[in-house]
Every structure is written in structure tokens, then in C-alpha cells.
Design a protein around this ligand. Structure first.
Ligand code: FES
Length: 73
């Protein structure tokens, strides 16, 4: 009998490099009309390893601040 593959559960809720939750960034971005480039410049989030950039982009587009999928673009 074959066993089901183990699928890791992804939970992405923050810029790890800056230790800043997306839930804190979203109200700032909305209040100040920030685009991704503004978030990078003003907070440093997304400006180090860059792995959170796709999540920041999605956050700005949808208002979502917690993700259970891997985003790479
Ligand atoms: S996780 Fe946001 S810049 Fe590294």
C-alpha cells in the first residue's frame, strides 16, 4: 500500500528579514497609497532577500495578509 506524499503546510505572514507582519504593512500602504516600490523604500521590507516581494505584491492587489501557497512572482 502506497503512502500519500507529505505536503508541507506553508504559512507566510511577514517579511522575515525586517520582522514585519503583512498585517502591519497593509494599513500603512493603504493609508499612504504606497505601491510596492514605496514599501521597499519606506520600510525596507522586500529590499533584502526579496522573497516577500511576491507576497507584498499580492497583498497590495487583494488585501490578503496571510498566505498558504508559495508565491515566486
Ligand atoms: S523576507 Fe522580506 S526582504 Fe527578505
Amino acid at each position: 500500500m502506497a503512502t500519500a506524499p507529505v505536503v508541507p503546510i506553508v504559512s507566510v505572514t511577514m517579511c522575515v528579514c525586517r520582522r514585519t507582519p503583512f498585517a502591519r504593512l497593509l494599513p500603512l500602504a493603504r493609508e499612504r497609497g504606497w505601491a510596492l516600490e514605496d514599501i521597499l523604500r519606506e520600510t525596507g521590507c522586500g529590499d533584502n532577500c526579496g522573497l516577500c516581494r511576491p507576497y507584498l505584491r499580492r497583498m497590495l492587489a487583494t488585501g490578503q495578509t496571510a498566505f498558504t501557497e508559495l508565491l515566486t512572482d
